[in-house]
Every structure is written in C-alpha cells, then in structure tokens.
Design a binder for this molecule. Structure first.
Ligand SMILES: *Cc1c(COP(=O)(O)O)cnc(C)c1O
Length: 737
C-alpha cells in the first residue's frame, strides 16, 4: 500500500521557499485555498501577470517565482501575517473533530468512506478535467462533503488534454483545440509505492493489458484519485485512453468507462481503501458495480447471483439525464470485444451478462445500457430535481413492470452549489457583517439567510454594481483578446473599450450550446429584440458564453447567429460573447449579472446549477419552470414573481416550433412589462427599491435550499447511511441459460 497521506510534492516545493513562507507549499497542494478569495490573493499577489499566464495555478506560480521576489515577500510583515493566519485556519480546518457528520451520522467513518465516482470533476479552472454541469456538481459535492466532514474519496480520470478549448473564427464558427495539461506542475501528485515507483493497477482493455497510474488531489479533507493510462509501458493507443474528456467515438467511451469503473475499484483496492458506499455519479461509472461483484466472488467463491444483493447494498446511483438518447448504450458487439474475458470471471454466460444492461430481456440485439446496469446493481437511485425524479420514473417504468409509475424506486435530491466557491468575496464580506461571521458554514440555515433584510438597500445595490463593473471589465478584456487573435480591424478592437455599460440592465446566458437549451431564443423575433436592447432610455445588454459539443453542428450554428448579433450595427455595444467558458468566466458571470436567463425546452434540464450560483450574488433568475427553478420560483396571488420570473408558465405543447414562439413571447413580455421597468424605477439615491426587495427575496428563499451543504446532508440521511436510507425492491435481471 502506498503512503498517501503525506504530499511529498508539497515537501519538495517547500524546499525552495524562504523559511517563513514554507507553509505556502501545503496550501498550494490543497484546493481548500480555492474556496475563498483572500486565499487566492496570497498566490496571485506573487506575480499577477504570471498568475494569469499559468491559469491560476498556485504550484506553477511558486515554482516560477524568483528568489528575489520570494525574499521580498518574506520580509513583508503584512504578507507574513496573512500566510500565518491562513496556515492556522487551514490547520484548524483539517483537524476539526466536531463536524456536522460526527453529530448526525457517526456510522460513516474514515476507515470506510463513501467513494464518489464521476467521469469529470470541476474543482477549479487550474485543473481542467471537466466539461460542464456534471463536473462542477462533482467538484462542489467533494467540497461540501469536506466542509461537513463526510468521509469521502473521489474517483475519476486525469485527462491529459481535458475537454476541448473553444475559439471562434472570423465567421463566428467554433473551432476546437486542445492543450496538454502540465501534470508535474499542477497541484496534484502521482502516488508512488515505498520503493519510489508509481503505484499502478492493471486491467484488460481491447485484449491488451493496460497499466494505469493514480494521481491524488487534495480537496480540503477529501482526497480525489485520478486515473491515468499515459505511461511509456502501455501501447501508444492505450496511452490516449485518458487523453480527452468526452472525445472520440463509442469505443473510446466504453474503454474510458472500463478504466473509470473497473480501474477505479482496483485503484481503491490497491490503496487499501475499503469503501462503505460506492456512489455512481451518472451511468458512466456503472461498471464499478461489476468489479465490486468480481472481488466479492473471488473472496467468497459464491456465484454472481448469490452475492448480487451484497453488491447492491454497497452501491448507490445518481442519474442526470432526462432524455433516453442521453444515456450511454453499447451494442452487444462492443460489449463482446470488451467483456468476453470478464463475464467468465463473474461466472456469467454472455446472455446473463448482456441481460444486466438490457431494458428488455430476450432480445439478442438489445443494447447494453449503463443506466440500466446502474439501476439494477444499486440499492438507491435518485434524480437531481423533483421534476427530474418524476421524468426518470416515467422513463424507466419499463424496468419495473410490477409497480405503477409513481412506485418506480427513483427518488430525487435537488442539486445545489458550494456557497463559498460561487459567492463573490465582496458579497461574502457583506454576509459576514449582516448574517454573521462564518456565514458560509451555515449555508443551509434559513434563519440566517432571513437576515439579509437587515442589509441596507444601497449597500447591496452598490456592491452588486461593483461586481457588474468587474464583469464588464473582464468581458471587454476577453473580447478584445479574441478580436486581436482573430485579426479583426483596428476599429473593431478599439470598440471593445466601450462594449457594455455598467448602468445598463445586464442579462447573462452561459451554458452548453445544445439546441434544447435554445441559446438564441431571446433573438427569435429580431425586431422586438432590437427594440428591447436598443431602447434609448431603458436599454438592455446581454453577455453570452458556452461551448457547443464538437459534433453538434446545430449548436455551432446557434453560436454563429449570436456572433452576428455581436456585430449588429444598432446594438453592437449591447451584446457580447466570451469564448472558452470555464469556471473562472462562470464565476465572473454569475457574480456580476442582474438577470440570469435560462430557457431550455421543458423538461430537458435535469436541474441546472448556474442559476443557483446567481442567487448567492444577488442576481435574479428569469427561467423556464424546469429543473431546480420549479422548486425555487415563488409567485404572489396575482401570479407575479416574488423572487424571480417564470417564462412561458403553464403553456406546454409538444409542438416545438409553437412552444418556442410561446416562450419567446413570454420572455419579451416579461422584459418589456416587468423586468426593465422595475430595474429602472430608481429612488433619488439611484437605487431601485423594489428590485432590491426582489434580490433579497431571492437570496432568502433560494440560498438555504440550493447549496451543496443541504444537498450533502440529504445524501447522507437519505442515501449514504444504509441504516436510515430507504430500501428499494431489486429489479430482476436474472437470466437462466
Ligand atoms: C455552473 C456551471 C455549469 C453548469 O451550469 P448549468 O446551469 O447546468 O448550465 C457549467 N459550466 C460552468 C463553467 C459552470 O460554472
């Protein structure tokens, strides 16, 4: 077993640091530093330009800092005070005994942690192994588990080039490119054995043995293990198994899922970790249940069907996709080529094995579904919002022929966000003053949030306005850089200096450009949109960001249409697109906008979390009643929104074209009749009191619910602790051949 508690990389880094700054190395190697801005400032202030250049990576900044600069800092009493205060806070955090979990679920112990499996983790922009919502949720899941003291380890893949990066060419067309991650200079560490060799596990992929090494990332008190096949002793093709996130074809996909699921369980075994619970976050990780079964068969000598219940008792599953097409399924052919050697180890026949992933039994062409496998092999399953729970029950009734739809054992736990990560420091500081020091340790306490009423209106208004200015400055910087790279005209580059205006009502829209999310809905009726954006007295502006999947032509066309609007004569100062959406851009956006727009085709947004981030920063949501917003939105007796707005309420049709028309009209009407007038209805101090009232209502009602502390508390009490969790009837998948 490897010694995985001491970060030798941190020790090594500390050697180059002046004596009084050595603790910076420990801090750099634990992403705990990323959940608050004063901690980030400690690294950033070493060299702000280099900080930008290295992608906000604290290890790289310490490595590249000159002796001269470090010794300058070492004699700066203010800096030293900050370092030692932070080191003390860090030590207190890491050693804390009286955590939330120790009070409510002492059954969960460090010896037997929850193992949380996910194909992507979005912890910070300096660790780009995520693509979007699923990864950010996984990152926030680990951070809140750490904060609440839930014993947990994460398991994922370390992608050499992560997810694709986005650049838009002069025609507004998305071009994809990839960047190599410099693992050796990132806040991660390769796990080695006592003899100094990398600790590896082996697995069979495409009839070849692949060696996989394991990296560790500290996320507060939680350790995240990331698997990496990029080793010289592997076949060149297999080195790219962990090359790209969601790249390649179905064969790449199944190969990666074998590494994640089967490799992940083997890695934990090699590390001597014996999880009490395996949590499959989305179907990608479902093969892990098979490896848990294989180990159990090896240990007991029993048959698969004899140990199946034991495996189910230890595995739980969260599903994320509300459309059947979104679930990974593999043809029997593909399963043959990856698992022919494996089902014999489970003592199953081919038919028995295929049945584990089959929606219907008895059809030899029935594909193998990862969600089906996960539903079969876990004791608890949940969707990620109340509506998504409903949709999932309906979608999977076929697996539970003996019960009615509402009895299908799929519950829900609504997603949340990690409050300290997403709240702007300037507002966090306000919450410290008015809600109480350490407000962020009480994110799920509604009484605390009710105290936002004591914040003076002007105070909340101006702080939010500062954040909006920050967002606009950031947007100008990014757009200017993009235009320079594209070789646009001097005028076009100069024009970015006057792009957007902090006095103008600002809408944000950032998400993946998948057609169902309808990124250009607000521009559907060009004439009406022009009137709204270009209004002389009460103008509106909008900032877009987001990638289209490389294979999604329609998504790329939507981006192209938006880029045309960015150059539209009348409103070119009112529309902006920020390229290459990532966590950092996301933070700037959710912290600075007045209104967050979300207009998917219902019910295709399982939860969504970006709108939740907006709430913590005083922004208001204007959204279709889908995902989490169904639970968040509140209206008065006249149907007027109290804490935000609902688009196209109560009008649902299966005719997409008609639905788009209804929803866009509803959106225009909301903007024209409610949102714009309210925003510009100012008192002599320049504040809109009714707007601030809505900001406060949004904070009070949404923040206590849609944070990951509440979400983790739900996972602990409803899912993780088997003694208190609800049990479900197994699905029968037994095929006797
Ligand atoms: C929060 C976030 C997401 C997920 O938000 P949705 O509401 O699901 O679109 C995706 N990408 C980034 C960078 C984020 O910060």
């Amino acid at each position: 077993m490897a010694n995985n508690s001491v970060m030798t990389a941190a020790l090594k880094l500390s050697e180059k640091l002046p004596f009084v700054l050595k603790r910076l190395a420990d801090l750099a190697y634990n992403y705990w530093w990323s959940w608050s801005s004063d901690r980030i400032a400690l690294f950033q202030s070493i060299d702000p330009q280099e900080w930008e250049r290295c992608g906000h990576n604290p290890v790289a900044i310490l490595e590249s800092a000159s002796c001269e600069r470090l010794s300058q800092l070492a004699e700066d009493p203010l800096y030293l005070k900050q370092v030692s205060a932070l080191a003390r806070e860090f030590d207190r955090y890491m050693q804390q005994k009286d955590t939330w979990v120790s009070g409510v679920a002492p059954q969960l112990t460090k010896e037997h942690p929850v193992a949380y499996f996910c194909a992507e983790f979005g912890i910070h922009e300096s660790l780009p192994v995520y693509s979007g919502g699923l990864g950010i949720l996984a990152g926030d899941h680990l951070k809140s588990s750490s904060d609440l003291g839930v014993p947990m380890v994460g398991v994922g893949l370390l992608y050499r080039q992560g997810y694709f990066r986005q650049r838009l060419n002069r025609n507004g067309w998305q071009e994809d490119y990839y960047i190599d991650n410099p693992f050796l200079h990132m806040p991660i560490e390769l796990i080695k054995t006592q003899t100094g060799e990398p600790l590896t596990i082996q697995l069979e992929v495409r009839q070849r043995t692949v060696k996989v090494q394991i990296w560790q990332v500290q996320v507060g008190r939680v350790t995240l293990y990331l698997l990496d096949s990029d080793r010289e002793d592997n076949d060149p093709i297999d080195r790219w198994l962990t090359g790209h996130l969601y790249g390649g074809n179905l064969e790449t996909r199944i190969a990666q899922e074998v590494v994640l699921g089967i490799g992940g369980v083997r890695a934990l075994e090699a590390l001597g970790i014996q999880p009490a619970v395996y949590h499959l976050n989305e179907g990608h990780a479902a093969f892990c249940t098979l490896e848990v079964a294989r180990l159990e068969i090896e240990r007991t000598g029993k048959s698969f069907y004899d140990i199946e219940a034991t495996v189910r008792d230890r595995c739980v599953f969260t599903t994320h996709t509300p459309v059947p097409a979104g679930h990974d399924v593999f043809s029997p052919d593909l399963i043959d080529s990856f698992f022919a050697h494996y089902w014999t180890q489970l003592r199953l026949s081919r038919e028995q094995f295929l049945a584990l992933g089959a929606r219907r039994l008895g059809d030899p062409w029935e594909p193998f579904g990862m969600t089906v496998l996960a539903l079969r092999m876990t004791r608890a399953c949940n969707g990620v919002s109340e509506l998504h729970g409903q949709v999932s029950r309906k979608m999977w009734t076929v697996l539970y022929p003996r019960v009615s739809e509402d009895q299908v054992p799929i519950g829900y736990i609504t997603n949340g966000v990690h409050a300290p990560t997403w709240t702007a420091p300037l507002l966090g500081d306000l919450y410290n003053q008015y809600l109480g020091e350490n407000w962020h340790t009480q994110a799920m306490n509604p009484e605390m949030w009710a105290k936002v009423d004591t914040i003076p209106d002007e105070e909340l208004w101006w702080r939010h306005r500062v954040l909006k200015e920050r967002l606009i400055a950031y947007t100008r910087y990014k757009v200017k850089k993009a235009r320079e790279q594209r070789g646009e005209s001097y005028e076009s580059i100069q024009a970015t200096d006057t792009l957007l205006d902090p006095d103008v009502l600002t809408i944000g829209f950032a998400r993946r450009f998948s057609p169902y999310k309808r990124g250009d809905l607000i521009l559907r009726d060009a004439e009406r949109a022009l009137k709204i954006f270009g209004n002389a007295n009460h103008p509106v502006q909008i900032i877009f960001a987001g990638k289209a999947h490389p294979a999604d032509e329609e998504g790329k066309r939507i981006i192209q249409r938006l880029m045309e609007w960015c150059h539209h004569g009348e409103i070119r100062n009112r529309v902006a697109f920020i390229e290459d959406y990532d966590i950092y851009t996301g933070q700037k956006l959710v912290q600075g906008v007045d209104v967050w727009l979300n207009n998917p085709r219902r019910p295709l947004e399982a939860s969504g979390t970006s709108g939740q981030k907006v709430c913590f920063n005083g922004g208001l949501n204007c959204s279709v009643l889908d995902g989490w917003w169904c639970e968040g939105y509140q209206a008065d007796s006249n149907g007027k929104g109290i804490n935000g707005w609902a688009i196209g309420e109560d009008a649902h049709t299966s005719d997409q074209e008609l639905q788009d028309r209804i929803d866009s009209r509803s959106l225009y009407q909301l903007l024209e009749e409610e949102i714009v007038p309210l925003y510009y209805d100012r008192n002599p101090q320049g504040v809109s009191p009714r707007w601030v009232q809505m900001m406060k209502a949004s904070i009070k009602t949404n923040c206590p619910l849609f944070n990951t502390d509440r979400m983790i508390a739900d996972y602990v009490s409803q899912v993780y602790v088997p003694e208190i969790a609800t049990r479900v009837e197994p699905i029968l998948a037994k095929v006797l051949v």
